[in-house]
Design a binder for this molecule. Sequence first.
Ligand code: MN
Length: 503
Amino acid sequence: MTAAPTTELVAYDDAVRRYDPVLGIEVHVELGTRTKMFCAAEVEFGGEPNTQTTPVSLGLPGALPVVNGTAVEYAIRIGLALNCQIAESCRFARKNYFYPDVPKNFQTSQYDEPIAYDGWIDIELKDGEIFRVEIERAHMEEDAGKNTHVGGATGRIHGAEYSLVDYNRAGIPLVEIVTKPIEGAGERAPEVARAYVQTLRDIFRALGVSEARMERGNVRADVNVSLRTSPDAPLGTRTETKNVNSFRSVERTVRHEISRQAAVLDAGQAVVQETRHWHEDTGITTSGRVKSDAEDYRYFPEPDLVPVAPSREWVEEIRASLPEMPAARRRRLQKEWGYADAEMRDVVNAGAVDLIEATVAGGTSPAGARKWWMGELARRAKQADVALASMAVTPAQIAELEQLVAAGTINDKLARQVLDGVLAGEGDPAAVVRSRGLEVVSDDGALLAAIDEALAAQPDVVEKVRGGNQGPVGAIIGAVMKATKGQADAKRVRELVLERIGQ
Ligand code: MN
């Protein structure tokens, strides 16, 4: 069963003028534990298929699970960072369904007793506005294996000739974080969704509970969207777009669903409650399966595991050990660096906070570090269409470059040539200066030779300057800079030119 095909989308602006979007986001994060959630199989990305398994993660008869204590600690860390209550006691449950990537025919998850519940997190939007997202729960569960459908055009099971299954991922610990309905975002719903997932990713990294690499699927979002005619109206029927795995896709998914559902509603049809798939290439969602209600899964308490009852002492110990959260860190750094709100926002949006922090640690002034990363380097990154952090230059090298400018060894113009060399893999800035011969010419003798030549070539300028008009002196300085390939100190050249002319 699929929704009646609705090809015409409603323009986004029109859709959000007439409908009020409500979001619900479920984020799964793979925990960076050494071993799996319920057994000692080691977890490592990129292993040969089916080499990281045990009888437990393969669901063999008689195999008994044991809870990974580190995973529980990580789940509590996440719960506390999201301002949640931590359950005094909670249980695992079996979520029953048949699919080849779940060898036990059930996923061990948590149902009515999550380890963490009732939290909130403040997210910062691009213009600095703070938006609060309420957290319903954060629960522990295990990941499924990975199916690979071979022979079809889309990589999905439909149309495939056969399927392969890799159980390396089966049983990796996950924490699933579920929001309460996110209301009041209005036209900013796509941006809110993106900022929320990004904020969670930053928190996971700060907590050290996961590498949180989106491109490896460490963090995956299920994005629920519904529309209603006004904020006072009851919630509309929602769709759930599964496994969206980049920030940009999260934003685009929400945007697309708003336009699509508005078209369905405008046509007098009902939105079908279903899961949907996001297609990165075409930028649309398509129908998956009609959404199962919870009762279809026949949840029941896992009989092979005792309840998890973290002592209050342990919870407080974990709370005391939490690192500085990313938002607090950004506020602290902004104060230390003396950046204006808009400057800091640009730095954050460009993903340059860590880079600037490391550059400042290398001895550069905060203003100098910002000048490089947000100026020359941001421009080059944009040109090459790569992230700032993936440029082939380190904060230490930028700090060295800035020191060479400060010491007068090179000027700003030469510094850009030195940067060319560093980016081309020619070594650290000092080495590039040496190998490319880029030092500022500070030897007056060499400068004077070039100056005399320039003066002789432009006698009319010399006349004007002698007559008391210093304006045209720039033409002489320009000729000298050209003759020295930009390697002269322009200020010193000016002094010498005026001295020579007798001013
Ligand atoms: Mn889940």
